[in-house]
Design a binder for this molecule. Structure first.
Ligand code: NAD
Length: 454
């Protein structure tokens, strides 16, 4: 197992003391008793607890009976497989692979595959259910699923990742298919991994590009897919900004996690005239009030430079990054990064959640008290799956749209999602997050009932 540059990691495997969902005061008292968490750590509360909390709030408000709640909380199908692979250290390493199909009432299951040592079945369950609500909020005809392998992909050789990927596909192909379940990239998986998945599936079923999305352009991938999640965040910002009196060209912003989502969101926001004044990745954080050029930072990294070595900036601690006074904060790293021990320090007007579950419920309450406008993950980062839908449509027709067409269509879907959720939030005087869950769950329940599934 050879080490190479790390792309995505949890920022130290430690966790903080945030045990939400619980009352904020109770959690604060516990945090104080157990000492200050180290900067840049994730909360102890799991992704599953976070999603469950918002699901419970929504089904309570919708007054769904208990028997029906169980159907929509528990996944339809869970597959766990063993992936033994001989690595370059000469030993056989046994990884666990998961594919969880949460709900397919509105269409084929859809969701990414994550490679990360911290992947476990509960995290995949949480992310699968989040996909069900996300595809419903975006109103695209998919259900929700997620997959993952607990392998340290960022420390493996390319060939090792390829063998793990092919072995995983061989073991789960029976539950996949272009009308059943369509995987996509997530943390530490990319277009190359999708190409291997498609190739392996093709050996058994013939050439089937619609088996997964996020593929390379050379293999019927869609123009605009790589940028889509970051671009979607920017469409959300453009809808939300006038509601709280922000002018895009005059805005400052901070990005936590300068990976696929974070770097594209930054590059596209910059095109609107907004200025990035702080940014981090797993290796550290930097700031500059004069502005940090996101395109130049990407170039610097492609040439092998570390984020903290970017010229003209000051290196700061990960928690000081969150405290920078700015108009927009984009968490785009991993789940649980904004918790009750650091939410107090956040000094922004708007949070756009590029990552999945970056904010714990306790932190969410603090942000609400501070009057921060939070655009929640379940709609803010839907751009990726919306563009995946476009890729699937193009693949089924063996036809290709231009990048402009893709971006325009993406804008249309994202704007509609924001407006639907925002109207519901206003009507019921609730947060955008609660409203998004209401809209998503209602659509899924309606589809299930109309089909006669429940
Ligand atoms: P990525 O691996 O490309 O980027 C993750 C970035 O976060 C990297 O720069 C990594 O260094 C950084 N990071 C890791 N730990 C950190 C820490 N402790 N502090 C600061 N930065 C840290 O992954 P991605 O595809 O950009 O995904 C990021 C998040 O967005 C994930 O939560 C993912 O589930 C979510 N998401 C991604 C997509 C997509 O299309 N890629 C779609 C929807 C949601």
């Amino acid at each position: 197992m050879a080490t190479r540059a790390k792309q995505g990691q949890s920022g130290g495997n430690g966790t903080t003391t945030d045990k939400s969902p619980t009352a904020v005061d109770e959690t604060k008292a516990r945090a104080a008793a157990e000492g200050e968490p180290k900067p840049g750590q994730r909360a102890e509360v799991s992704n599953l607890e976070i999603v469950r909390h918002y699901f419970d709030l929504a089904v309570e408000r919708l007054e769904l009976p208990d028997d029906i709640r169980t159907v929509f909380w528990t996944p339809y199908r869970e597959v766990t497989v063993q992936i033994p692979v001989k690595l370059s250290d000469g030993k056989v390493h046994t990884f666990s692979g998961y594919r969880i199909q949460h709900n397919g009432a509105r269409g084929p299951y859809k969701g990414g595959i994550r490679y990360h040592p911290e992947v476990d079945i509960d995290e995949v369950r949480a992310l699968a259910s989040l996909m069900t609500w996300k595809t419903a909020v975006a109103n695209i005809p998919f259900g929700g699923a997620k997959g993952g392998i607990n392998c340290p992909a960022d420390q493996l050789e390319r060939d090792e990742v390829q063998r793990i990927t092919r072995s995983f596909m061989d073991k789960i192909e029976k539950v996949l298919g272009p009308t059943r379940d369509i995987p996509a990239p997530d943390v530490n998986t990319n277009a190359q991994v999708m190409a291997w998945l498609m190739d392996e599936y093709g050996k058994l079923h013939g050439h089937t590009p619609a088996i997964c999305t996020g593929k390379p352009i050379a293999l019927e991938g869609s123009y605009g897919r790589e940028q889509a999640t970051g671009r979607g965040c920017v469409y959300m910002f453009r809808e939300a900004a006038p509601q709280i009196g922000l002018t895009p060209a005059e805005c400052t912003f901070v990005v936590q996690g300068f990976g696929n989502v974070g770097s594209w969101a930054a590059r596209i926001l910059q095109q609107l005239g907004a200025k990035m004044i702080g940014v981090s990745d797993a290796t550290g954080a930097i700031r500059s009030d004069r502005g940090i050029d996101a395109d130049e930072l990407v170039k610097h990294q492609l040439q092998g430079g570390g984020l903290t070595e970017f010229p003209g900036t000051e290196v700061i601690s990960p928690d000081d990054l969150l405290a920078i006074e700015c108009d927009v904060l984009i968490p785009a790293a991993l789940g649980g990064m904004i918790h009750e021990s650091n939410a107090d320090r956040i000094n922004t007007r708007m949070v756009i959640e590029g990552a999945n579950s970056p904010t714990t419920p306790a932190a969410d309450e603090i942000l609400e008290e501070k009057g921060v406008h939070v655009v929640p993950d379940v709609m803010a980062n839907a751009g990726g799956v919306v563009c995946s839908y476009f890729e699937w449509v193009q693949n089924l027709q063996h036809f290709r749209w231009s990048e402009r067409e893709v971006n325009d269509k993406l804008g249309g879907v994202m704007r509609r999602a924001y407006r639907d959720v925002s109207a519901r939030a206003k009507e019921e005087r609730i947060s955008l997050r609660e409203a998004a869950y209401l809209v998503g769950i209602e659509r899924v329940v309606e589809a299930s009932r109309t089909r006669g599934y429940v």
